[in-house]
Design a binder for this molecule. Structure first.
Ligand SMILES: [Zn+2]
Ligand SMILES: [Zn+2]
Length: 514
């Protein structure tokens, strides 16, 4: 059985109206791992839904977390915001409500395009609405017990001044230490390092629980049934272990079914984002991988297994594998070892499996076509030379357009040079063409002038003539790529030539033979 089905069954058996929670800390650049979390959450949601349950997925944004340091990608003036909650820091570009929105909004748009059906919840709003007040009150009341639990779970020495809750200084805007003995619901006094003394109201956004307390407090508020989270939280003595005890012993709630997932490793030869200091961000991954393929990538293996996200040729392999599983799903024929992948294909549709087999254009072919066609209309026109595009449904065209834009993004930033080319508008004056090559082109012109214009025929003609040419097969290919793209190698010749207008190809051969 697929892992998402196993988890879904466990959840459906124990909860009437299950709630799956997932989240993100948008303090800086969003990593590919955050996509794994969102997709894992959505897959479990849709698998539970398929069992007939009324299930919700919430997406919690840690917008009240402090900015921990001035990252390299931030302007120098952001130094002064370090320690402040990111919902109260201005956005670096001036177009968003605040810092948290700036980093998370593009990601949320993208998550939407992945078909993740979730409710967005901003943590700073939960604080402002007083949703945490009851839990915060308990942390003051049971602070000694909390210190004891943390000591037992982490094995670290108990700290007497441990603060489960930090008031926000009303003067400097940074989190500070509370004066525990002054607590009198709903107020606590603090004396901030900046010299300011004040009072925080725990029902308002005037302070925050620390992570080890905030997480179980969220489980209590929402009654979370299951939650995917990075494996670092799942380690022995980690925040899931302490959260499990705190939620039941302090808050009187229950811990969710844990779905720890492994990290996503980045592979490939992609360009580095110099200002960001990392090679591929979550947004890049979304922009260059078709959403259905990205969903599939995270579903085909267990959450406990590491995934290589390959931004190089692996992107093409993954799309090919997805398309292969799609065929198997619709033909209802697969081997035992493929069963899991076919089910991953099905879950990747989030309960919106197409009724008919979608139109498939081989992804590698699309990569070539996109480089010969500047607009989407041009892409359709080029494809029409080799495919019957009249069969394409509106949904097919929509998927094709998404794939085309992913291919363009990939070609612009991440594709290895070997797959890149552009058709020369004319033969450069200084291009050297040998007598043998000229004779070869002349022979080609005679056959290609009126042959059937498809990849198979072109291949036959090409191999017939190259056999009799002193250039040999290798030299013949080289000569062809030279006059069409100015490189010694290129896309598969048959489909490549067939994708161009027959007259254009013949004219180029005539030109080259003179
Ligand atoms: Zn912005
Ligand atoms: Zn202060």
């Amino acid at each position: 059985m697929h892992w998402a089905d196993v988890v879904a069954q466990e959840i459906a058996e124990t909860c009437d109206q299950p709630l799956i929670a997932t989240g993100i800390s948008p303090t800086g650049i969003i990593h590919v791992g955050s996509l794994r979390e969102a997709i894992t959450g959505e897959s479990v949601r849709s698998a539970v839904e398929a069992l007939g349950k009324d299930v919700r997925l919430i997406y919690l944004i840690d917008s009240f977390d402090p900015l921990r340091k001035r990252y390299d990608f931030l302007p120098e003036e952001f130094e002064k915001y370090v320690g402040m909650p990111i919902s109260r820091i201005p956005c670096p570009c001036g177009k968003h409500d605040n810092y948290a929105h700036h980093f998370v909004q593009p990601f949320l748009d993208a998550v939407d395009s992945l078909g993740v059906d979730c409710e967005i919840i901003w943590t700073h709003e939960l604080y402002e609405q007083g949703r945490f007040a009851e839990c915060i009150d308990k942390t003051f009341e049971k602070r000694q017990e909390i210190i004891q639990i943390l000591h037992e779970v982490t094995g670290k020495e108990a700290k007497e001044d441990y603060a489960p809750y930090n008031p926000l200084c009303s003067k400097c805007g940074r989190f500070t230490q509370p004066q525990f003995d002054t607590y009198d619901y709903p107020y606590v006094w603090y004396e901030c390092g900046c010299g300011h003394c004040g009072q925080a109201d725990i029902r308002k956004g005037e302070g925050k629980l620390t992570w080890r307390l905030e997480w179980p407090a969220k489980w209590t508020i929402f009654g979370t049934s299951a939650e995917p989270f990075g494996k670092d939280h799942a380690a022995a003595g980690g925040s899931y272990d302490s959260g499990k005890r705190i939620v039941s012993e302090i808050f009187g709630g229950k811990a969710p079914y844990p779905i720890p997932y492994e990290f996503v490793q980045l592979k490939g030869v992609g360009q580095m984002h110099k200002s960001l200091g990392c090679s591929v961000t979550g947004l890049d991954a979304i922009n260059m991988t078709p959403p259905e393929v990205l969903n599939y990538l995270f579903l085909r293996v267990q959450p406990s297994r590491a995934i290589d996200y390959d931004s190089g040729l692996g992107t093409l392999d993954m799309a090919d594998e997805y398309d292969r599983m799609e065929v198997k799903f619709f033909e209802k024929e697969w081997t035992e070892s493929e069963e899991n992948s076919v089910r991953a294909y099905e879950i990747a549709q989030h309960n919106h499996v197409p009724e008919e087999m979608p139109l498939q254009i081989p992804y590698r072919h699309l990569v070539n076509v996109v480089q010969m066609a500047p607009t989407f209309e041009d892409v359709i026109q080029v494809l029409s030379r080799t495919e019957d595009m009249s069969k394409a449904s509106p949904a097919d065209l929509e998927r094709l357009e998404r794939r085309v834009s992913c291919v363009r993004y990939w070609l612009n930033g991440f594709a290895p040079d070997m797959v890149k080319f552009s058709v020369l508008p004319a033969i450069p004056l200084d291009m050297e063409i040998t007598m043998n090559e000229k004779a070869f082109f002349q022979a080609l012109v005679r056959r290609m002038n009126d042959c059937v214009w498809d990849a198979t025929t072109i291949n036959t003609v090409f191999s017939d003539i190259s056999k009799t040419s002193p250039l040999g097969s290798k030299g013949a290919y080289k000569a062809m790529y030279k006059i069409f793209i100015g490189k010694p190698a290129g896309p598969r010749l048959g489909p490549f030539l067939a994708s161009m207008d027959q007259k254009f190809v013949v004219n180029r051969l005539i030109q080259a033979s003179q």
